[in-house]
Design a protein around this ligand. Structure first.
Ligand SMILES: Cc1ncc(COP(=O)(O)O)c(C=O)c1O
Length: 362
């Protein structure tokens, strides 16, 4: 039996053990084909089946009808930052953005390259410690869309309610909280997520796009930069990241088997309550870095009384089998990433470790 740690990496992140085992079992001989799915043609029946099933599972999981296309793309969420404004901002329009952290800022930078960015709200002046109030998000009438980052992986904040921009389509980067809780996904015209946190390995980016929004896409773009290509060709215009999509399909099945997003949400709630519970029990020692109403369930950030103690905490945690807890280099401190594949036991053991560490290092 392989020795496994409690993996709190911010992404790429923990994958479900059950899924890893299936991958291992199917690696050399995929379902009687005598070869690995890694070696199979993306035009073959086995891969076509994976592609179709992954799309159907995504629709099912997110409660989306046939009026949404499920696309599998490459280039990570960072490529989406560029493709969204490139495809969807038409003549005389702007892309409206809410700036809630490093990833929003990078998305904004790409819209600025298009020369058509409108800042709808920002929490930058407060070091991104909160999600702006919905009433503070101002969307101009000529906005092609309103872009939000539903979970801010680095700063540890997350939307608990969503803006309603009326007729303006809502676009969301859900890279770090997709499939972690129940949502009305039909509120969004366009959702994208790099898979490597909650739904798979690095290499595939999931896109969910509503047909009416897709239809507003600009023509005349290079083939691989146009969402229409992926929609028309079922993401098989060129060679897709087959293995990553296969793993994503296994993860969708794993979520479904547990009882879907309701079941996953229940466990995620218990996990975040366990860690925030410890932070709130000893607030003078574990200092939360964001406003309580904006706290992320996925990336929980806090500081210790000194940087020396933080270093000691990280090295002792690692020695005890808890890895990936270092805060992002731009903010420091501790960040506990509790994506779907992190078991409740991991959060419980970590909370015990936190309390013991605090008592030993007052
Ligand atoms: C919210 C968010 N958006 C975008 C990205 C960038 O994703 P990628 O590395 O897939 O381009 C990340 C990566 O951590 C992220 O957390």
């Amino acid at each position: 039996m392989a020795k496994r740690v409690f993996n709190f990496n911010p992404g790429p992140a923990a994958l479900p053990l059950e899924v890893l085992k299936t991958i291992q079992e199917e690696l050399l001989d995929y379902r009687g084909t005598g070869m690995s799915i890694l070696e199979s043609s993306h035009r073959g029946a086995e891969y076509e089946d994976i592609n179709n099933q992954a799309m159907a599972l995504a629709r099912d999981l997110f409660g989306l009808g046939e009026n949404y296309k499920v696309l599998f793309m490459t280039g990570g969420a960072s490529t989406q930052f560029a493709l969204v404004p490139m495809n969807f901002i038409g003549d005389g329009q702007v892309g409206a953005y809410v700036d809630t952290g490093a990833w929003s800022s990078k998305a904004i930078k790409e819209a600025e390259i298009e020369g058509k960015m409108h800042l709808a709200a920002s929490s930058k002046s407060a070091k991104y410690a909160f999600i702006p109030k919905m009433s503070d998000i101002k969307v101009p009438g000529n906005a092609a869309y309103l872009h939000i980052t539903t979970n801010n992986t680095i700063f540890g904040t997350q939307y608990q309610e969503f803006p309603n921009p009326g007729a303006v389509p809502l676009v969301a980067d859900m890279s770090s909280d997709i499939a972690s809780r129940r949502l009305d996904f039909t509120k969004f015209a366009f959702i994208y997520a790099g898979a490597q946190k909650n739904i798979g390995p690095a290499g595939v980016t999931l896109v969910l796009v509503r047909d009416d929004f897709l239809a507003t896409g600009r023509g005349g773009l290079h083939t691989m930069f146009s969402y229409k290509t992926y929609a028309d060709e079922k993401s098989l215009y060129n060679t897709p990241p087959c293995f990553a999509i296969y793993i994503m399909k296994l993860i969708f099945e794993w979520i479904k088997k547990q009882g879907g997003l309701a079941a996953v949400e229940k466990v995620n709630r218990a996990k975040k309550d366990t860690i925030y519970g410890m932070v709130d029990k000893h607030p003078e020692y574990f200092k939360g870095t964001v406003e309580k109403g904006s706290r992320s369930w996925m990336n929980l950030t806090f500081r210790l009384p000194s940087e020396e103690l933080e270093k000691k905490f990280l090295s002792e945690a690692k020695a005890s089998g808890f890895v990936g807890l270092k805060g992002h280099r731009s903010v420091g401190g501790i960040r506990v990433s509790l994506y779907n594949a992190v078991p409740l036991e991991g959060a419980q053991k970590l909370a015990e470790f936190m309390e013991t560490f605090m008592k030993k290092n007052p």
